[in-house]
Design a protein around this ligand. Sequence first.
Ligand SMILES: [Fe+2]
Length: 285
Amino acid sequence: MDYRAFIRGITRAYEHKGGIKALHLGTLAPEWFRQIQGECLWLVQQAGSSDVTATDHVTNWTRPTGAVHQFSLFNASGNSADAKGDFGDDAEARKKRLVFPQLEGIRRFAGLFGSALRNLRLNGMGKSSALDAHEEQSISVTRFGTRHIVRFHLPVFTNATARIYLDDEIFRFEEGRLYFFHHGCVHAASNGAAEPRYHLVLDCFLSLELFRCLFPGHASPDAGFIKATDAASALHGEPFHFPCFVREDKGVIEGAIDYGRVAPGFLDYYRQNYPSVFRLLPKGK
Ligand SMILES: [Fe+2]
């Protein structure tokens, strides 16, 4: 896959006009994945977690229902129940470290992302539980241009009733496979009346180096990460329609997802910081 084509695809999806919503990037070797499953089981039984349904949780604005828990595995406090640095801008990014460095399978997994790793959590969703439809900001602006934040999912324990919703499509993510998940799309997740579902989820700043490490068409950084081919990475979901969704800054939006969101452009940093000078220029790009 070509890096520029990927940027174009995720920018289009950010504006809710098709584009790239999710990709299957590859599969973890069975032995390594079983090791990760064992470590995650230990986390669920032994480690502290935060309750996403608590109104003061950093991601409670996504309207969770049922039982939704988060184990924060890469933060500045060393406490897996501390979710403060798992969302948005994190001033303590340089102090972050793995909370459980002794868990070798998860440490090796985090190593796939190198210094681009911004957060890593184990997200648990109980029976008949969900995160409602919401939209995040996956593009930020700096004085040097735009910066994409990219999210990845590794389903660790899942079942036939677990669903992922991205911009009017429903997907099923499979255990042991690494996925690119576009959190700039309007997205949601649900788990039915079976057993709980657990995913390792993480965010990175996108760079060409990270892209070559993880995406099809380039050598894998770890022999245990078997990359998908370009053709096998494409995902095709079932049609779905969100009647409404929530934005962190504006609350619930009724109606279609294609409401005219424009991806930030490289001039937007200056437009925001020097409004009197740049107010006459058109928005975006
Ligand atoms: Fe989200």
